[in-house]
Each structure stands twice: as C-alpha cells, then as structure tokens.
Ligand binder design. Sequence first.
Ligand code: ASP
Length: 340
Amino acid sequence: MPRSILVIYTGGTIGMVKDKTTGALHPFSFENIYKMMPVLENFDYRIKGISFDPLIDSSNVSPSFWVKLARVIEENYGAYDGFVVLHGTDTMAYSASMLSFMLENLNKPVIFTGSQLPMGVVRTDGRDNFINAVEIAAAYEDNTPMVPEVAIYFENKLLRGNRTNKFSAENFNAFLSGNYPALAEVGVYIRYNKVEILKPNFKNLKVHTDLDTNIAILKLFPGITEPVVCSTLNIPGLRGVILETYGAGNAPTDKWFIEALERAIEKGIIIYNVTQCKGGSVDMGKYETSVALGQIGVVGGYDITTESATAKMMFLLGSGLEGEELKQKLQTPLRGELTL
Ligand code: ASP
C-alpha cells in the first residue's frame, strides 16, 4: 500500500499571487499550487489536498484557526500516514507550537512548511520545501513513522516545531532552533537525527481544543516604566504573563517592579520567566538580578521559546489547570519543548 499524505493548505506566501491593481500579495487556491507541482505525481504516495476557506496570511492566525486545524487532523488521523501543513511563515512557530500541545499522543508526522517566495515565482523556495516536507511526512521505518511529532521543514532542515522562531524576513533559511538540534538535515540524503526525535507512544490521539487567551507578553527593556508594567499586570481577567527577561532570566531589581509582580502573583496571575535570548536557558538565582523573581514565585521557563511559552500557557490555562499543578506543568517538558 502506498503511503497516504494529507496536505492541508491554510494560506501564506507559498500560494500567493500579486494583485494586478494593488501589487499586494494575496493567497490563491490549492489546485493552482498543486498544478505547479506536477512532480508530486512521481511520488509513490497517495496525496490528497484540502484547502482552508478562507485562505489566510498567517498574521491572521487565531485560536479558532488552531482548533479548525486540529480538528481536520483529528478527523483524518486514521486515514492518512502523515500530514503536511502549508502555512505562512510569520506565525508558523506559534502554530506548530500550539498544535504540538493540542495533539496529545501524536504518533504520526505533522510537518509544517511554507516559503519566502510564492510558488509562481521561478526562484521559489516553496517547491523544495513542499517536496521534502511530503517525503518526510511519508517516511516510515519498520512500519513506524520517522518523525511522529509536529515539526517545521524549511530550507534543508527539519526542526521541532515548538523549539523554533522565525528569525529572518527574507532568508530562505528563515527558522532557528537555538536550543534543540535539527531533527533531520536534507541534502543528497535525508539524514534523520533519530536520538533527538520523540518516540511514538502508540496511545490514541487526544485533541485539546480549550485555549485560554487571557494572557500577555511583557518584554523588558531598559527604561521600562511603572505604568507600562502595572497596566499590563492589571488587565481585567488576566491569568498568565510571559515575562521576557534578559539573559539567564534577569530583570531590574527596582522595588516598584518586584512589588508589582508580587501583587500580581498574590492575585493568582502566573508569571512565566522566558529569556529574550535565542539560545540558552533561564536560571533564576544565578545572578543577583533574578534572585527576587524566584523568591516571589515567578516560574522559570528554562530554555522555552516565547512562541512555545505563549502556546503552552493558553493550552494549560484552557485545560483548567491552576496553582501548583499549573506551575509544575509549565516547568515540565510535555512535548519536548524545554530542557531541564
Ligand atoms: N505574510 C506571510 C504569512 O505569514 C508570510 C509568509 O508566508 O512567509 O502568511
């Protein structure tokens, strides 16, 4: 039996064309991108495509989009060996992170890809990205998928989705995984980094669709003022804050700042300490500038990315977790998103 792959086209540059009057890029139909890729018919796979309606620029991704995507995978999970998600690059790292949490016990490949240049452009990177993503989604050994997790394929590298950031608005090599090695490297051969890839657990897929968006990201910068910090922490209904700190999780030691965080924590708001650095880990207590954060109950995020922390917070709050259990889960790798 040939392997079966479902390609889910959600929008993004990969399928965009220029509007003749305004010159702005907008998405066009899956049939059109598929027609530009007759080479896909040479694969010995059964490939089926479905298109989202409307197709979106990924700047318009929202929780309802994630729920729709998770449902499509759930409904087709038994019928396909692997999934390729064509998605805009701008928020791909958020979507891949979120899907990794929503799809518990995932035992099949879900490979996100997209491109920097539209498929209709001769020099497009979309063609290679698409072909390699399909091949990876269909790769099995001893009847077991090579990559039973949510990953991003982009310019010769397969990266764990919840470890990535988009770091370039124009390089073909647009994604970075600063704290986790590539799951596969693609050249003449596709070399899988087997020891780094999650192992299947052969349990039934469980899809979580309750997400809580009552969160905020507070990025520190030298000169940040009390009104900025306090107005964020006083947002009505706020339940969680991703505090983007410096270096190994450091923050100003000003009394007003620590007290503002402490008041928020007393109200039950979870403060999750995530570094602004693209590599390395939060280590509260290493420097004097993070000791107080640990003392007042800020939760350390280790080496998690902001994208993954955002997804994880929405997912855990949506699952109804609170207090110590929530803090404990935030500090535990659930889908390989952080290293202790
Ligand atoms: N704005 C586009 C999007 O994220 C960019 C891309 O696809 O690369 O949908």
